[in-house]
Write a protein that binds this ligand. Structure first.
Ligand code: ZZB
Length: 259
């Protein structure tokens, strides 16, 4: 599986994370949350970024003043993909639970929400896939849409400020079958009312297929182009501007969707 790994730069840490980080980062350090995505063309619509509240994460020193926040499993994989300068080395400078970083303000490349988005909790993030950091695009990902509704409804329960989950959901892809908010349409049509609903797997498959084969960009530089064409163009643009890189999941480590 070949993912696009995106770099979301930290602008402000919550108190808990600041305590854990005390004295561990040099002056001028840049820390990035690293979500892995299969849909770079949707990055315009990022409204937050998810971590699993009970998953263990690290901050790893990549090079110079650059540090990545992701799972240890992902850091190890990256260390064998020439993402770290020394083969097989992924120096960890701090360890967290996802819940420690909820509320962090990050800059999401290309997002229409240019003043930043928040790190929020998602119970269904898997530690065994990607980087265990998941960027949230509620216009086109049914899982993200269902989780966003839940966070809005139960903000106190999840220990977040309600407004962190209320950033505007902007249409970015038009499709003949589901309109311009594919995820919302599918969640409503399939009567999904929880982020743990088993029907989300079906919604995700339908959204992938319709988006890729029938979708047309309605925002950004590639407005008017089919998604199948824009995908590679947006990816190239992100990589060339240093805001993303390729991250591959070794064969045999991908946990199947039904698992
Ligand atoms: C942004 C995005 C926008 C995504 C979209 C999907 C969609 P797959 O197909 O199962 O490999 N993801 C990545 N890592 C994890 C994880 N550890 N736990 C849970 N979810 C994860 O899934 C790849 C997609 O699942 C990734 O692409 C990421 O969400 C999420 F409009 O990034 B995506 C119809 C889907 N649309």
């Amino acid at each position: 599986q070949e993912y696009t790994a995106l770099k979301l730069e930290v602008k402000e840490w919550p108190e808990k994370a600041q305590e854990i980080l005390a004295g561990k980062l040099p002056e001028g350090a840049k820390v990035y949350f690293i979500p892995a995505t299969l849909r770079p063309e949707t990055m315009y619509g990022q409204t937050c970024c998810f971590v699993g509240p009970n998953i263990v994460y690290g901050i790893y020193h990549v090079k110079d003043n650059e540090y990545f926040f992701n799972s240890e499993r992902a850091a190890r994989n990256m260390a064998f993909q020439e993402i770290f300068p020394t083969w097989g080395n992924f120096p960890k400078i701090a360890e967290f639970r996802g819940s420690d970083v909820v509320g962090t303000l990050v800059n999401a490349p290309m997002s229409v929400h240019t003043s930043g988005v928040r790190i929020l909790p998602m119970d269904t993030v898997k530690d065994t896939k990607g980087t265990a950091v998941v960027t949230c695009v509620p216009s086109d990902s049914p899982d993200d849409y269902a989780t966003t509704l839940e966070l809005q409804k139960k903000a106190d329960f999840y220990g977040i400020k309600k407004e962190w989950a209320e950033l505007e959901i902007i249409p970015i892809i038009e499709t003949p079958t589901y309109g311009n908010l594919t995820a919302k349409t599918l969640v409503e049509q399939l009567k999904i009312n929880s982020s743990k609903d088993a029907k989300l797997a079906e919604a995700k498959d339908l959204a992938y297929k319709e988006g890729f084969y029938q979708g047309k960009m309605i925002i950004g530089e590639h407005k008017g182009k089919p998604v199948a064409e824009a995908k590679a163009l947006v990816k190239k643009q992100l990589i060339e501007s240093g805001l993303a890189f390729n991250y591959a999941e070794p064969d045999g480590m991908v946990v199947s969707r039904s698992a």
